[in-house]
Design a protein around this ligand. Structure first.
Ligand SMILES: [Mg+2]
Length: 122
């Protein structure tokens, strides 16, 4: 379906049901999505299909929320901030993992101290 057609349908839904009802509907759909995520089993086609259906419902309601509130720009601002924080967290985790896998200076000194000297060539 074309983006223009989708936009027309979203506008019509908001006008038809009203903003207040659509806000409640968004909350209901969020609850349904939570349930579908909790029941999702990758090998179970029925749970996968149900999850996709609820994700579609949520995307539709998020589009309506953006229209109703007019806060799309602020959503993008927070999204960028949160993505930057996510990268920061992953970078810290990677650094900590690398640091944890490396021997400490005390361990390195022990290794050096216990290392047998190379045999001298005759
Ligand atoms: Mg639903």
């Amino acid at each position: 379906m074309k983006k223009k057609t989708q936009t027309k349908i979203l506008k019509r839904a908001i006008a038809h049901f009203g903003e207040e009802k659509q806000l409640k509907k968004a909350a209901e759909e969020a609850a349904e999505l939570i349930q579908a995520i909790l029941k999702y089993e990758p090998e179970n086609e029925a749970t996968a299909d149900h999850l996709c259906e609820e994700m579609a419902d949520m995307e539709i309601m998020l589009s309506q929320l953006n229209r109703i509130t007019g806060l799309r720009g602020l959503v993008e601002f927070h999204k960028e901030k949160k993505l930057a924080r996510l990268v920061e967290t992953m970078n810290k985790n990677d650094t900590a993992r690398i640091a944890a896998s490396m021997p400490t200076i005390v361990e390195v000194n022990k290794i050096i101290k216990n290392k047998k000297p190379c045999p001298k060539k005759p």
